[in-house]
Design a protein around this ligand. Structure first.
Ligand code: UTP
Length: 462
């Protein structure tokens, strides 16, 4: 039971005393749970939020571009492949969040997406890990971060589908934390009497959650050195990526960020840039969200004429386990960022069960805030068409339809590269199961010339 006096003092110090109004009216169990939650929150932390660095100190990051990739591909791939085969690589997929824009009440991963098989996003992602595991002959650890809102449903969904064929225990679920949602004055809101309004603490919550759940320690103990990080809603994010892992190993990188050359300076993505330290001592990489920079900044150029904000981040990384371990040992915590949001909160004085829209702040941690902590951080240029098909919205851009379209185009490219004549009506869709091939290289290695031409819908399973 929380010390009531100490808690009241803390809340007063951080202007949160309103949270204690009406507490005496709550049922005992509810009151105890509520007070324990209030006592567990770091209220000092809620007051701070990250701000972007000042203009002028920003320059381009070191990125392995296509020319360097081509030159060093054989070396990276050899080293990365050896790491996979030695059991030194795990896959981490973040699948918390609320998927508000997609508008489904179930976790995003449960969304039935694939055009012919109807496979869910979870199945497509899990099958990529399975396909990789089969290829190298060992079960690659598959860490799935959920949120308190998606955890039970995600576990049940995997269990109901027999973990999509993964080995028992290969998928390891762990939940991220939550943080209070705040009003415009920074005061915590309530969902109902005796219950804070909270939101999942962002994809960056996976760092703390990896540690708290014991998964980071388990990975270290198992000899895993590299974590390939993907987000559930990018259906083309590769997990079998020897080049990425090899680059991390060869360069002893703490963090690698895959980057896309922006289509135009104003494209709405996070940017990988290098920022000089305020005291002039050295510099570090950082990702700056498009919301945090002005149009003038995104168009600014370095002394050599390169766009400072040239490289966009599609949220795919490789993290070194040693790096995460070092940060853990230092007690590092990813800071909170604030986003202005309309929130649905209960207001004291109104009947329980009613909520109204209140303008406030959602606090979140961003995984890429780990990057400035890295001693060695690199960007790796990737082919947008091959690796990026996000599912964010119900319709239009970044929707299930557009993601399917991008996947279809990739499969057409694979078939064409294998010498198949592809001549399709506009509405025809190609689907290739990750169990047949999850990458172009796998496809070309496996393709048995079973057809020489395709002129309509085509589906290829394992
Ligand atoms: P988004 O930023 O697109 O958020 O997440 P979201 O919650 O999925 O969707 P909206 O904004 O409510 O519509 C990008 C990725 O980060 C994960 C999501 O699961 C997705 O893979 N994520 C996001 C988390 O794991 N936890 C979070 O708290 C937020």
């Amino acid at each position: 039971m929380a010390d009531a006096f100490a808690l009241a003092e803390t809340l007063a110090k951080f202007d949160q005393s309103h949270l204690l109004t009406g507490v005496a009216d709550l049922a005992q169990a509810e009151r105890e749970a509520y007070l324990a939650r209030l006592a567990a929150i770091d209220w000092e932390e809620q007051r701070h939020h990250s701000t972007p660095p000042p203009m002028g100190a920003v320059g381009p990051s070191r990125v392995v571009d296509f020319a360097e990739r081509a030159r060093r591909e054989a070396e990276f791939t050899r080293v990365g492949e050896a790491a996979y085969r030695a059991g030194a690589v795990a896959v981490l997929m973040v699948a918390g969040g609320q998927g508000t824009r997609l508008g489904s009440s179930a976790p995003k991963g449960c969304f039935a997406l694939a055009p012919h098989s109807g496979k869910s996003i979870y199945q497509l992602q899990a099958e990529k890990v399975l396909s990789l595991s089969r290829r190298i002959g060992r079960a690659v650890p598959f860490l799935v971060m959920t949120s308190p809102m998606t955890d039970a449903e995600t576990r049940e969904f995997f269990a109901a589908h027999n973990d999509f064929g993964l080995a028992p225990g290969q998928a390891r679920f762990f939940s991220q934390g939550t943080v209070p949602s705040l009003d415009q004055q920074g005061r915590a809101l309530l969902a109902r009497p005796g219950k804070l309004l909270e939101n999942p603490d962002g994809h960056g919550g996976c760092f703390t959650a990896l540690v708290k759940s014991g998964n980071l320690a388990a990975l270290r103990q198992q000899g895993v050195r590299q974590i390939v990080y993907i987000q559930v809603d990018n259906i083309l994010a590769p997990v079998d990526d020897a080049l990425l892992v090899g680059l991390a190993e060869v360069e002893s990188a703490d963090a690698i960020t895959k980057v896309l050359e922006k289509a135009h300076p104003d494209e709405k993505v996070g940017h990988l840039v290098k920022v000089a330290a305020a005291d002039g001592a050295g510099s570090h990489d950082v990702i700056i969200e498009y919301t945090e920079v002005t149009p003038e900044q995104t168009r600014s150029k370095s002394a050599t004429g390169e766009l400072n904000y040239r490289w966009g981040s599609p949220a795919m990384h490789c993290w070194s386990v040693a790096f995460l371990g070092r940060l853990t040992d230092q007690g590092y915590r990813i800071p909170l960022h604030r986003t202005a949001k309309p929130l649905k909160a209960w207001s004291p004085g109104t009947p329980p069960g009613t909520v109204s829209e209140i303008k406030g702040w959602k606090n979140e941690r961003f995984i890429f805030d780990l990057i400035p902590e890295a001693k060695v951080s690199l960007g790796l240029a990737i082919d947008r068409d091959a690796e990026f098909a996000p599912v964010k919205n119900k319709d239009g851009t970044d929707s299930p339809a557009s993601a399917n379209d991008l996947a279809h185009r990739q499969y057409v490219a694979w078939l064409t590269a294998a010498g198949v004549k592809v001549d399709l009506p506009a509405n025809a869709r190609i689907e290739i199961s990750p169990l047949f091939a999850a990458t172009k290289a796998q496809f070309l290695a496996r393709w048995d010339h079973r057809i020489s031409a395709v002129s309509g819908d085509y589906y290829l399973e394992g």
